[in-house]
Design a binder for this molecule. Structure first.
Ligand code: KIV
Length: 259
């Protein structure tokens, strides 16, 4: 049974763009909640926060702890949590871990990477009343070697298209498309009834998602698909430097900051 919150998002397809961002903590989630339809606790937190060279290193426990924090900042948006690598290798494992995530974090849905290869698992989760979001194109949990956009060869395009189709038919409520070539993203978006959420997959998707740390300028990464809307790294640097100067010159704390 699809919840009202999810129905609202699905209804936006072909009408209004769907706004999604990632969050890993309450303070950020609280701000994003005012602007987003979906807040994702992505396993991108592995690289964004822990400097891991792969999302494969993110554990179930880590994503759960961050999700508990995020939940405290969410009032309106749909909260989706990524299932980490090796937590959904078979139906039994996937259901046990999805239930554990939902019970611990009170999130609305979970996201899995893959299409045809994991379709039996996706169907099993949906049959057991778990709300599932799909993820096709670039799949960081199974990517070997250099990250590059997807949909160059005919074989690759057919695979991504079929993955998206089969996921849509299985009952997922939306599909993240990561780094999918724009004409393919357009074709998929117009061929399925559920929303596509793009990251590096062009304006043709029904919605967009970015890693919040990237758009806030909290790191030095310069991906083609990211637009930096703020430069928080520079702002934090400035603030820390002002603090340092005040402390050294004994300008902080003042009487009003003391007991
Ligand atoms: O892990 C993540 O943040 C994601 C987004 C990039 C879609 O999967």
């Amino acid at each position: 049974m699809i919840t009202k919150k999810i129905q609202k998002i699905i209804k936006k397809k072909n009408k209004k763009k769907i706004v999604c961002l990632t969050a890993y903590s309450k303070n950020i989630a609280e701000i994003l909640d005012r602007h987003c339809d979906i807040v994702l606790v992505g396993d991108s937190l592995g690289s964004a926060l822990y400097d891991y060279n792969s999302t494969k290193k993110v554990s179930l426990n880590t994503i759960i702890e961050h999700s508990k924090s995020v939940k405290k900042g969410i009032k309106n948006s749909l909260m989706v949590v990524d299932m980490p690598f090796k937590t959904y290798r078979n139906k039994k494992e996937a259901l046990k871990n999805a239930r554990h995530i939902i019970l611990q974090t009170k999130c609305d849905a979970i996201k899995l990477e893959g299409g045809k290869k994991i379709i039996k698992i996706v169907k099993h989760l949906i049959k057991n009343k778990i709300q599932v979001m799909g993820h096709v194109g670039l799949l960081p949990q199974s990517q070997k070697g250099k990250f590059t956009f997807k949909g160059k060869s005919k074989i690759e395009r057919n695979k991504i298209f079929n993955d998206a189709k089969i996921l849509a038919l299985s009952g997922v409520f939306g599909i993240v498309m990561e780094c999918v070539e724009k004409s393919l993203a357009k074709k998929i978006t117009s061929s399925i009834k559920i929303p596509t959420i793009g990251i590096g997959s062009s304006v043709h998707c029904d919605g967009q998602i970015l890693v919040t740390d990237d758009l806030l300028g909290l790191n030095d990464k310069n991906y083609r698909f990211v637009k930096k809307y703020a430069n928080l790294k520079a702002n934090i640097d400035k603030a820390a430097n002002y603090f340092k100067k005040d402390v050294i010159k004994k300008l902080f704390p003042r009487n009003k900051n003391s007991y």
